[in-house]
Design a protein around this ligand. Structure first.
Ligand SMILES: [Zn+2]
Length: 307
């Protein structure tokens, strides 16, 4: 849906901004211009910013699909959330948060960093694991914005609302004057919520999503696929989206009851069908997600999180 805002323009990525691209925002505050989460791909980003000088790049979190185009704006200052600012330029931390350290150890992290440092490394089939933009877009140390505080980008006001769960530092830019929230990876996709990095948290994802839904906004823009939706549509689709978590949990319980050993659950694909697990990152995220769902069995009440 196309909606006009005073200071905010939506930059759609190719293929409905499906992962590993995302929908980006151009915030034109008059004397200051920012791009939020430049993951829409070089072509769309260059076209959208052809006539402006981009002063700021703002990242909601450190994931590839939200930072991949940072390097396209070498003259801009990069801003990151307080919990993930170390990602610039310390990819060791990224390797920890994403789950590489948990599954492949310190050697895996070191190997990954040398892979992305080179523009010639061969690519993985289903994830942006070895993309060189990881390296290019994390070279500049970032400045830190403050959560929950009004931030003036020229004449545009934005509040970075923390929404931990997807990652620890993940947040949603809220534009109170526009009545707009950029919900990023609270994206309403049929795949469902993603919390498969070592720093993801299922109960946190649910609680944060419900808080974001309560913001006083008429429009919600997702980072992938759904795009711009009205408040009613967002609220209407939210339960279906969150319910995917319960469906995964129910499937886990069924598999365990049928005699599948916990360590074999990833072979059944709780999040990712086995054919995608030939990709080392997909296999890694499947195992971490299964671990989190197994942990939920110890604390089942955290799934039901009433407003
Ligand atoms: Zn993300």
């Amino acid at each position: 849906m196309t909606v006009k805002f005073k200071h905010v323009r939506v930059i759609h990525g190719p293929n409905q901004s499906k992962f590993p691209t995302c929908t980006s925002l151009l915030v034109d505050g008059g004397d200051t211009v920012a791009v939020v989460d430049p993951g829409a791909g070089p072509e769309a980003l260059r076209a959208a910013t052809a006539d402006v000088q981009v002063d700021l790049v703002i990242n909601t979190h450190y994931h590839f699909d939200h930072i991949s185009g940072n390097y396209l704006f070498p003259d801009a200052r990069v801003w990151m959330n307080p919990l993930e600012v170390e990602a610039f330029p310390n990819l060791n931390r990224v390797g920890e948060w994403l789950g590489i350290k948990e599954i492949y150890g310190d050697t895996g992290v070191a190997c990954w960093i040398s892979s992305v440092a080179s523009p010639h490394t061969s690519q993985c089939p289903f994830s942006p694991c070895n993309r060189h933009e990881w390296w290019l877009s994390t070279r500049t140390p970032a400045r830190v914005y403050t959560y929950d505080q009004e931030w003036q980008i020229g004449h545009a006001r934005v509040i970075m609302v923390p929404a931990p769960g997807h990652t620890r530092g993940f947040c949603c830019p809220y534009f109170p004057d526009e009545g707009l929230v950029y919900t990023g990876d609270i994206d309403l996709t049929g795949f469902g919520p993603w919390y498969a990095g070592s720093d993801g948290d299922i109960a946190g994802f649910i609680a944060s999503t419900r808080r974001i839904a309560q913001l006083d906004a008429g429009w919600f823009l997702t980072g992938h696929q759904a795009g711009m939706v009205s408040r009613d549509v967002f609220l209407g689709r939210l339960e279906r989206f969150l319910n995917v978590i319960s469906e995964r949990q129910e499937r886990l319980v069924t598999l365990l009851k049928s005699g599948v050993e916990p360590e074999d659950i990833p072979n059944y694909g709780l999040l990712y069908p086995p054919k995608y697990q030939v990709d080392p990152w997909i296999a890694m995220w499947e195992r971490i997600a299964v671990r989190k769902h197994l942990e939920l069995l110890q604390a089942p009440s955290s799934l039901s999180c009433p407003i």
